[in-house]
Design a protein around this ligand. Sequence first.
Ligand code: ZN
Length: 445
Amino acid sequence: MKAYRAAILRFATDREPRHSAIYEEDGLLVVGSDPHGTQVVQAVGPYLALKDQFPGVPVEHLPGRILAPGFVDLHIHFPQTNVIGSPADGLLPWLENYTFPEEKRFAAPEYSAQAATFFIAELLRNGVTTALSFATSHTESVDALFTQAQAQHLRLITGLCLMDRNAPAEVLNRAALDGSRNATEQSLIDSETLIQKWHGQDRLGYAITPRFAPTCSDAQLRGAGELAAKYPDVWIQSHVSENKDEISWARELFPASSSYLATYADFGLMRERAIYAHCIHFDDDDRKLMRDTGAAAAVSPTSNLFLGSGFFDYAGADRIGFRYGLASDVGGGTSFSPFHTMLAAYYVGREGQTKPGLSLSPQHLWWQHTFGAAQALGLSGQKGQPAVGNLRVGCEADFVILNPQATPLLARRTAQAGSLDELLFAMIVLGDDRLIERTVISQAI
Ligand SMILES: [Zn+2]
């Protein structure tokens, strides 16, 4: 066992609002192995109350530092690291001119491997300890990302990108080499093979990954839904209702469905553990469909602002009551940093011209990128599942050590904070990777 003495931020699970934070000015976090050999939180609370309960356990004293849960990124594209900051006239030209040309390089195993190494290091540098990521339509990209995440003990979920139409040939799924199966059949067989190879290995999980309905045939979406029924503890990830041109296209391709979102439900792709990025242009029928199926939204504010896609309606989501959490959506998103994403979520919440504007509290913003996102993934400790995104007893010991004096302005501004919300908001507004002094990952022993 090992203990850390510092200020500690975590989230309550037994009070309203659900994003209520608990903050110990002088706290103790004790971590050690659970019966499976995974490093988890053994005790957490005020230093004075706990210090005599763990004699002999070494204590690392971190004065002036804050321990906080590792961040959970609900939606990111590992093959788009090199696409950040590409100028384009909205989503569809951005895909065509930048994203697809980069993604075709991931057919090469060595290209995928070096990109995966950089990507995992960048997540950890920014304090992200759990990520749900897209790969490309090449199995090589999936193997490369899982291999590197496993080596770094990161909790990572990814899957083969399913796309069998409406994109350049090099980024579509491939037919069997011997010609015995077409690309659609082969993509579904490859997905099942990858589930059996990687899902549940160490901290890895598989996500069935239709890119978005317009790049998938009916047969591919139907096959994806059959896989989702066969493997209920596997995740599902896709995109929905990001951009009005995309919505019109999806409605033309799937006219029998009652909405773009309903297309996924019609193919059996909405359930718990299904995460849909964006969810911007929803009506209440869509919101109820999210709530009733247990699917969750990956709110991607830097991406939505960068591509001018629109503004996620927090008031609408809370009025109907479906789950959501925050995501970077790199490379449509502009930063790996959870601080930039939380600040952009605040801007999106404030926007009041296209939907009701509101001021999301700093605790709510932080919760969306930690325990709220973990709940959306089904990784909050319910039903015997692992718990991440929080620092209560039993949670996997993934956390960040924050240095609020990392820059002169951060030091000056956080010293003036008169409340927890003021402290958290100063870090959200001024923070970046410099605020993350260290990222600690739970390691099996
Ligand atoms: Zn995306």
